[in-house]
Design a binder for this molecule. Structure first.
Ligand code: MD3
Ligand code: FE
Length: 205
């Protein structure tokens, strides 16, 4: 598998890595996880402004943020107080197949974007160790994803992510600024009411 030469070093895009049947199976696993750990609306530290993306997690740790506590990983759902549901075996298999990292992921953040949702440019640096890559899986409507340099204000480039695409963010790009500029409504039939799910698997500690 080769890296598209136009992407920053350390970013590997695998278009259509999951076939439609695999996407449906994974979606069923994620629906089950969300039935145990419902999507919540995270709020910005200090300001309390809600993010447009709704979130949940599976795996031993989950990423959360809120006005009071800021950005963090924790073992329990912020609303129910219950542990996150286990990581589906299918996700562990995908990580093992393509992450090239010798330990399993500890957290899988589930982001749900409705057609108006977006995510501003940011770095993922709430993990204690950046040796492991981040592995992202897209399901549902396509989006315009943006990735830049490891410093704010550097050059950025955009590419589209479609249902079934897998992206690995590692090496020099692990701390790159990135975000989701927009969702393209009606570009996938996978989610019956539209929108986009993104799953990001990570090592935290
Ligand atoms: C590039 N999610 O949850 S995943 C996030 O599509 C997040 O929901 C986006 O950014 C989404 O933090 C993008 C792809 C991704 C994840 C981590 C990265 C790209 C990255 C880390 C460094 C550079
Ligand atoms: Fe991110």
């Amino acid at each position: 598998m080769q890296r598209k030469s136009v992407l920053p070093v350390g970013v590997q895009h695998f278009p259509g890595h999951l076939k439609p049947g695999e996407q449906k199976k994974l979606l069923a696993e994620i629906r089950n996880a969300i039935s145990i750990a419902p999507l919540f609306t995270p709020t910005m530290p200090r300001t309390g402004k809600p993010l447009s993306v709704r979130m949940s997690n599976c795996g031993e740790l989950g990423w959360v943020c809120d006005k009071q506590g800021g950005y963090r990983y924790q073992k329990h759902h912020p609303d129910t107080g219950k542990p996150w549901p286990p990581m589906p075996q299918m996700l562990l298999d995908i990580w093992q197949e393509i992450s090239n990292f010798p330990h399993p992921p500890q957290a899988c953040l589930i982001n749900f974007y409705n057609q108006a949702a977006k995510m501003g440019l940011h770095q993922d640096k709430d993990e204690q160790n950046f040796d492991a890559p981040v592995l992202s899986i897209s399901l549902g409507d396509s989006c315009l994803f943006r990735v830049g340099a490891t410093t704010r204000g550097g050059r950025t480039m955009s590419f589209k992510l479609h249902s079934g695409d897998v992206v690995i963010l590692g090496g020099e790009s692990r701390l790159a600024f990135h975000g989701v500029d927009r969702i393209y409504p009606g570009t996938s039939m996978l989610l019956k009411n539209g929108g986009r799910l993104n799953l990001t698997m990570r090592r935290v500690g």
